[in-house]
Ligand binder design. Structure first.
Ligand SMILES: *Cc1c(COP(=O)(O)O)cnc(C)c1O
Length: 242
C-alpha cells in the first residue's frame, strides 16, 4: 500500500475513535482532503483509495491540477481566501461548495456570476472563532447578520459553517473555538432564515480533528496527516498580505 492510502486508513480510524468518544455515528463525519501544494499524482492516490472530497486554497492551484484530475470522479470544495476577481474561475473549475464565504461583497460577486450562468452554489460561512487576526472569517457576532444578507441571494445555498481553530497545543482553548462555532450554528438555526440550512460544521484539521469531532464536526479537513509536511508555511495561505 502507498503512504497516502496508508495514512488515509489511519485517519479513518482516528475519525471512528473520535466518533465513539463523542457518542456519534462514524458516518456523520466526512473526510475532506486539503490538497494545497500536493501534486495531482498524489491526490490521485487518495481518490483511488476511495476518497471523494478534496479542496484547494488557491484558484491558481485549482486551475493547475484541473486537467490532471478531471477524469477521476470527485467533489471539489474551496477552503481558501477568495478574491472577488477570481469568482469566475472558481465556477469554471467546477467547485461545488465554497466553504470560505466571509463577506457580503464576495456573496454579491458570486451571485452576479451564478445568475449569469443560471446556476446555484453551496456555501459555508467561515467564522473566525480564534480571534487571530491572521485568519479570515466573519466575527462570531456578525455571523447571523451575514447569514441573513447572504440568504437574500437566491443562487447561494448556505449549508452550514466553517472555521479554523486556534493553532495551539492548549486543547482547552482549541475546543473553545469549536464550541463557539456550534453556538453560532445554534443562533443562526434558531433564526430560521428561509433557505438557510445549518447542518454542516466544517472544523478540525490534522492536529485537532479529534476535538472537533467530539464537538460536532460534520466535515474534517485534513492535509498534513495524509500527504505529509508542506513546503510552504500556512501563513502563505492564511494571511491577507501574503
Ligand atoms: C491546509 C488547511 C487544512 C489542513 O491542515 P492540516 O494541518 O495540513 O491538516 C484545513 N483547512 C484549511 C482552511 C487549510 O488551509
Amino acid at each position: 500500500m502507498n503512504d497516502v492510502a496508508l495514512h488515509i486508513q489511519e485517519i479513518l480510524e482516528r475519525i471512528e475513535k473520535a466518533c465513539i468518544a463523542g457518542n456519534r455515528s462514524k458516518d456523520s463525519v466526512r473526510l475532506l482532503l486539503a490538497t494545497k501544494t500536493v501534486a495531482p499524482e498524489r491526490i490521485k492516490l487518495a481518490l483511488e483509495a476511495g476518497q471523494t472530497l478534496i479542496a484547494e486554497n488557491k484558484v491558481q492551484e485549482l486551475k493547475e491540477k484541473y486537467e490532471a484530475l478531471k477524469d477521476v470522479p470527485h467533489e471539489n470544495h474551496f477552503i481558501g481566501h477568495l478574491q472577488t476577481n477570481k469568482v469566475k474561475d472558481i465556477l469554471k473549475y467546477e467547485v461545488q461548495c465554497v466553504q470560505s464565504l466571509d463577506r457580503i461583497e464576495l456573496a454579491e460577486k458570486l451571485h452576479q456570476r451564478l445568475s449569469t450562468e443560471g446556476r446555484h452554489l453551496d456555501v459555508l460561512l467561515q467564522v473566525n472563532t480564534s480571534g487571530e487576526e491572521s485568519k479570515f472569517g466573519v466575527h462570531p457576532d456578525q455571523a447571523l447578520a451575514l447569514a441573513k444578507a447572504v440568504a437574500a441571494f437566491s443562487t447561494l445555498r448556505i449549508k452550514g459553517l466553517m472555521t479554523i481553530g486556534l493553532l495551539s497545543a492548549d486543547a482547552v482553548q482549541v475546543r473553545k473555538c469549536f464550541q463557539l462555532l456550534r453556538t453560532v450554528q445554534g443562533e443562526i438555526a434558531a433564526a430560521a432564515i428561509p433557505g438557510v440550512e445549518m447542518k454542516e460544521l466544517s472544523m478540525g484539521m490534522s492536529g485537532d480533528m479529534d476535538i472537533a469531532i467530539e464537538e460536532g464536526a460534520t466535515i474534517v479537513r485534513v492535509g498534513t496527516a495524509i500527504f505529509g509536511k508542506r513546503p510552504t508555511p500556512d501563513s502563505f495561505y492564511w494571511n491577507e498580505n501574503a
